[in-house]
Design a protein around this ligand. Structure first.
Ligand code: SF4
Ligand code: SF4
Length: 369
């Protein structure tokens, strides 16, 4: 398996990381078997969080694999925002994991710049992380968030964080392009380790798993973390890592054009179309992307996909951000006459007039049914 530098920390991580959330779903005996098999196969990155099962994931990892503590990079996350409670949580995490130190502590799910500021303020959780680092309980401090990356970008600009964990996959690239366009280059410039999460977009890309992992491994990231809870899944994911060869530009273009999750609905935000009535088409669809990840399409095709879309569309809880973004537009989707003169510019075949109607419904409350 390939290993990559974890930013400037001096750590090296295997490209496939083991995410601990789904360890909640299986007994500790099976957890031990999976984690040891992962390490035996060359994996060296195990990650969990204090909040997963209120410490249960940590306890299972602590009970099953700590006899091999020096063989892997151990990462956990703490979501408390205040210094005192965060400090107590870090100590509980170490106890749960049966170790005296974490290689990386992530401040968990920092959902906005306002929350970041609170975390960094006097009495905030960052001070607890720093104290833990000074005491040798934590080697490196990072930050995590899924979906839109504003708080992660702001965090890296402070130069206080050595690692960043973010969503990256070929589907959400079309919803949150700032991640690949702004966050990843900034992380490289700052020398931060980059932890990629959700290579399968929370399971949404299950039909294209190998391509999705290949896309993820091909990004400029240190490690691709995925939840694993069965031997079959572990074997498949290890196979993806072993067989990995970087995507060429042509491969990537083909994936963006033809992946089954896109159809004629998902805007890739390429910026090539324009509207004769002055609507900022890209911005309307970017608002929709924040709102529900372009998942509600007004049609039911594949039922399994539809069920996943229903489950995942508000998963990132960024509905209001989409509404706020849309509220600034003038004209907005309501001004679309359906003339269709923008269609030819879209090499992805997006049905722009239809999508405008749905955007007006979702974001502007227009009654279209
Ligand atoms: S179909 Fe709608 S978005 Fe496209 S050019 Fe006509 S008015 Fe503009
Ligand atoms: S050309 Fe198509 S993919 Fe590109 S911004 Fe317009 S609708 Fe989106």
């Amino acid at each position: 398996m390939e290993y990559r530098e974890f930013g400037k920390t001096g750590l090296k991580t295997s490209i496939l990381g083991f995410g601990g959330f789904h360890l909640l779903e299986i007994p500790a005996s099976e957890v031990g078997s999976l984690l040891n098999a992962y390490l035996d196969a060359g994996g060296n990155y195990i990650e969990t969080a204090a909040s997963y099962g209120d410490g249960e994931s940590e306890r299972k990892i602590g009970a099953t694999v700590m006899h091999r503590r020096d063989e892997f990079v151990l990462v956990s996350k703490v979501g408390d925002r205040e210094k005192e409670t965060a400090a107590a949580k870090i100590d509980r995490t170490l106890k749960n994991l049966r170790t005296d130190h974490l290689d990386v502590l992530l401040l968990h799910g920092v959902e906005s710049v306002a929350t970041l500021e609170r975390t960094l303020a006097e009495g905030g959780a960052y001070q607890a992380a720093l104290a833990a680092k000074q005491a040798g309980k934590v080697r490196h401090i990072g930050i995590s968030m899924h979906g839109q990356p504003a708080s992660l970008i702001a965090a890296l600009k402070t130069d206080l964080f050595e690692a960043v964990m973010t969503t990256v996959n070929y589907y959400d690239r079309c919803n949150f392009p700032e991640i690949e366009n702004e966050l990843l280059p900034l992380a490289r410039e700052k020398g931060a380790g980059v932890i990629l999460m959700k290579p399968l977009a929370d399971g949404y890309l299950y039909r294209s798993a190998e391509q999705a992992f290949r896309y993820a491994f091909s990004r400029p990231v240190s490690v691709v973390v995925t939840g694993i809870n069965s031997r079959a899944m572990l074997a498949a994911d290890l196979g993806f890592a072993e067989r990995y060869a970087p995507l060429t530009r042509a491969d990537e273009a083909e994936l963006l054009s033809g992946a089954p999750e896109f159809g004629d609905y998902v805007c890739r935000q390429c910026g090539r179309c324009s509207c004769e009535n002055g609507i900022d088409i890209g911005e309307v669809f970017a608002s929709e992307a924040y709102f529900d990840r372009q998942m509600m399409r007004g049609t039911v095709g594949d039922t399994a996909q539809y069920a996943l879309q229903e489950r995942l569309r508000f998963w990132f809880n960024q509905k209001q951000l989409g509404l706020d973004r849309y509220a600034k537009l003038d004209p907005n989707a309501d001004a679309c006459t359906g003339c269709g003169s923008c269609r030819a510019a879209c090499s992805y075949g997006v049905d722009i007039p239809y999508k405008m109607k749905l955007a007006a419904y979702k974001l502007g409350g227009k009654d279209i049914y």
